[in-house]
Design a protein around this ligand. Structure first.
Ligand code: KG4
Ligand code: ZN
Length: 351
């Protein structure tokens, strides 16, 4: 397949609580986002304080069909214009993944066009390159989402080396759990960021787990426990923080997370002599994290790349972008290909 020929890809993302459909057109270097539709279920799950899998899959099946129609209309294309259909195969909630994966397969069968199955984390990993129009360049990447915290060395598309990962909670999970302790709404990340804006990050000295034996791995459980102890110290009777201390706790917690994320990513970049550092995943929406990375990269002489906020949290454009790369390499999956809720990173080539 020629590199300069444009191909149109439709992708579905339904791994968790967002039903998303996107259509992009590109040649692997330059990509045009024709549409990106996201139907969020956050309001449905908020009252339960987290995602309820049964509700998530039911809502994906209700939402998906109309969302595909809206996507085609907004992109100004028809089914016949799509060159390849794709969907997230994992990691994620099995029943949610199945809805999108099966729908994309069905569209592939109905149109006779190929089907590509995509690893959600590869979508996040490569998302900073979608809007650069320069293709994928060698980099050190920090991927921080609700389920994963990973430092990955990328040489080129499909050539990835996992250098570090979390040994317990993911960074986003730590944000969500601490928010729950503080009785802030779900999802906790954006709520903590909002609260932190008026707080003092030096008010509490929370621990930074640097893990000397495996310095590129992460652990956030000690930090989470430290916040819990602080809360019970501040209010011995009810074990929760007085409202006026919540901004200081949020700011101090956020700074502890950011400090560790930045330090370890820069250490990895130094180890592999990388020139470019990228940041992706839902937590990369956090402006304080972005600012800290930009500052550290400027000081350390690295280029820094992070995508716009709408491409940081779950979306289907990132799935379409990976699918386009696979389509250009004719790396198709057949209809026996199944979803994998625990899809490991080694479905991405590891050294
Ligand atoms: O990538 P994502 O949308 O979904 C997963 O693949 O997990 O990430 C969701 C995570 C949640 O834990 C959410 O609290 C966190 O990203 N998040 C944030 C912010 N926005 C979303 N964490 C910190 N600050 C934010 N502004
Ligand atoms: Zn995600």
């Amino acid at each position: 397949m020629s590199g300069s020929q444009k191909h149109t890809i439709l992708a579905i993302e339904s791994s968790c609580d967002e039903t998303a459909v996107a259509i992009i057109r590109g040649d692997g270097i330059t990509s045009e986002i024709l549409c990106s539709e996201i139907s969020s279920q956050i309001d449905i799950h908020r009252e339960y304080g987290g995602v309820v899998p049964e509700l998530a899959s039911r809502n994906h099946s209700l939402t998906l069909r109309p969302l595909v129609e809206i996507a085609l209309k907004n992109a100004g294309v028809t089914m016949a214009d799509i060159d390849c259909f794709s969907a997230t195969a994992g990691p994620g909630l099995a029943s949610s993944l199945l809805v999108g994966h099966t729908a994309a397969k069905a569209m592939s069968v109905a149109t006779g066009k190929p089907f590509v199955s995509v690893n959600h984390m590869e979508g996040h990993l490569l998302s900073p390159f979608i809007e650069t129009n320069e293709g994928i360049e060698p980099n050190i990447s920090l991927v921080v989402s609700g389920g994963h915290t990973m430092i990955i060395h990328t040489e080129e598309f499909g050539e990835y080396e996992l250098l570090g990962k979390t040994l317990d909670d993911a960074a986003g999970e730590a944000f969500d759990k601490v928010a729950k302790m503080l009785e802030l709404p779900y999802p906790g990340g954006p709520e903590i960021e909002k609260m932190a804006e008026t707080g003092d990050p030096k008010a509490f000295r929370f621990p930074r787990s640097l893990l000397k034996r495996s310095p590129l791995d992460f652990s956030f459980s000690g930090l989470k426990t430290a916040v819990l102890y602080t809360l019970s110290e501040l209010n011995k009777e009810e074990g929760k923080a007085p409202a006026e201390r919540v901004p200081d706790i949020c700011a101090s917690f956020q700074e502890a997370v950011i400090d560790v994320l930045v330090r370890k990513t820069l250490l990895a970049a130094e180890q592999v002599n990388a020139k470019l550092i990228t940041l992706s995943g839902g937590v990369s929406c956090n402006q304080a994290l972005r600012n800290a990375f930009q500052k550290a990269c400027d000081e350390g002489g690295y280029y820094f790349l992070v995508c716009s906020g709408v491409l940081s949290t779950d979306n289907a454009v990132m799935i379409a972008y990976v699918a386009l790369q696979k389509h250009l390499r004719a790396d198709y999956q057949d209809l026996t290909c199944d979803v994998n809720p625990n899809m490991p990173l080694n479905t991405i080539k590891l050294r």
